[in-house]
Design a protein around this ligand. Structure first.
Ligand code: HEC
Length: 151
């Protein structure tokens, strides 16, 4: 999946000498969930609905299908997200988006809230170096939206 992120973001940038800014704040995992909002606030479901469909930013619909417009453009590599708000709590949704690999180390789902460990790799465009794929706010928006998905 990393190649895809690189491909999407590659901008032939020159490596910067500035050390990466740590933008991922610590969070507590309890069981299979992160109970606390990453921002301390509830997300915005309307923004989450838009973000989930942005194939080049969130990438979600490359793998997942769900009750989103453009059904034919949705992926089949991952579970359908229809009704996910009934099956998983906000905390469970949050951990899955933040770092699915904690639950399944072999998962192909990207870690959305973690920084690339391979930060010396010049293929990571400057704008992405040391930054999570999605911000804490964006993850909270997705959690808020996914909670509205009921069967
Ligand atoms: C590269 C493919 C891929 C992408 C991109 C991806 N996922 Fe996933 N996702 C998976 C797979 C595969 C699973 C099944 C769990 C596993 O990997 O063990 C999963 C599981 C989930 C689950 C739990 C589903 C369930 O039924 O328990 C949620 C929620 C989820 N993904 C949300 C998202 C969101 C939101 C995004 C975008 C921010 C996203 N995923 C992007 C592959 C992907």
């Amino acid at each position: 999946m990393r190649w895809l992120v690189w491909a999407l973001c590659a901008s032939a940038s020159v490596a910067s000498a500035t050390p990466p800014v740590q933008r991922v704040k610590p969070y507590a995992v309890v069981g299979d969930a992160i109970e606390q909002s990453l921002t301390g606030q509830a997300g915005n479901a309307t923004r989450g609905a838009e973000l989930i469909q942005q194939r080049h930013k969130s990438l979600c619909v490359l793998c997942h299908s769900g009750p989103f417009p453009d059904r034919h453009l949705q992926g089949t590599l991952a579970p359908d997200l229809t009704g996910i708000g009934e099956r998983l709590s906000a905390g469970q949704l949050r951990l899955r988006i933040v770092d699915m690999k904690r639950l399944n180390p072999d998962s192909i789902m990207p870690t959305y809230y973690g920084i690339a460990t391979n930060s010396k790799d010049s293929r990571i465009a400057d704008g992405w170096r040391g930054k999570p794929v999605l911000t804490a706010e964006e993850i909270e928006d997705l959690v808020a939206y996914l909670q509205t998905l009921r069967p």
